[in-house]
Write a protein that binds this ligand. Sequence first.
Ligand code: 7TS
Length: 404
Amino acid sequence: MIDIQNIRAQFPILNQEVNGKPLIYFDNGASSQKPQAVIDALVNYYSKDHANVHRGVHTLSQRATDKFEAVRKKTQAFVNAAHDHEIIFTRGTTEAINLVASSFKIFMEEGDEVLISAMEHHSNIVPWQMMCEETGAVLKVIPLDEKGQIIMERFDELLTGKTKMVAINHVSNTLGTINPIEEIIYKAHKVAAAVLIDGAQSCPHMKIDVQDLDADFYCFSSHKMYGPTGIGVLYGKEEWLNDMPPYQGGGEMIDTCTFEDTTFNELPFKFEAGTPNIADTIAFGAAIDWMNEIGIENIGAWEHELLEYATEKLSEIEGIRFIGQAEKKASLVSFLVGDIHPYDLGTLLDQLGIAVRTGHHCTQPLMDYYQIPGTVRASFAVYNTKEEIDQFVAAVKRAALMLG
Ligand code: 7TS
């Protein structure tokens, strides 16, 4: 069992009033809050250890490098990658996907296909559109059923010898659907397609084992995992990463450089041009430690309890329509009440101190599929409580009465 009050006490930001009411923070899908250990790691680094990494013989540079590289190992262990050089630091999930979509172009020929699903975040749509535009490859979309689940029969039909890349989110940020990525990866490999998993919404909530999954690429963002913004991860199998050209050129990523010819550094540095985000990476390491201390299974179990509780309580509201009713869901609820515009509901909730996200959640094609302008989304983290959900449900009821 986890001690929620103890956990909450570690998040200074939660201890405040918003619009005269105690803050209820249910926008964790967009970004989670940071425990004191992560804030301290940032302050300590800049107070004691800062210097540029990988270049100096001096003590501070070595200390910063050791701390920075230790996070690569920590991240490797966190997702059970086979090698630490398969962990590439990026600005976040978005940059990780862009890196792959850009570098993977060398494997693409005109008429090849990229498969994505209808529930993808814009960051797992647009980079592939750009890639297809440049290479003459074709983007294909796997449709969903009413509940917001991938129709696997359609996936089977769309997956052919032409498919070179399958790019799918593990968990949908709008629907909460947990996709059957094991089966998707297994089937994609049978036609020799590579698979990129957008794990932005899964890594905060569940144990990820990239070797067990056999994912070719797996992307995630620190800021949704109690860590800082501006740092994220691309895991890639070394076979792919070795064969892919660099994404950006600059310092750190070269082996030798002349005006005539440049050779590239080994993994992971080939993909990390320029001074990296040292401070946030080190604080991300503190976030991983923090999650490990609580235990990812414990985090997931508590959040699942919150999900079930919220779903049950919200169901009592007249005219509520849940968007995303998959059998397997992560801890978020997306919904509409009657004809009330999500933006109006969100604004009233904010006046009551409750932070939710409203709108299309960067999944406009998905909103078009459901023919809705957007949803209200409450997404939970380990520090949320059932009492907060009670207050939230009461507030939605009140707002619905006022707006209905
Ligand atoms: N993929 C998914 C599934 C996401 O939910 C997000 C961010 C991203 C990619 C992009 O991550 P970033 O860290 O590079 O920005 N999702 C959300 C959200 O649901 N609300 O705000 C951001």
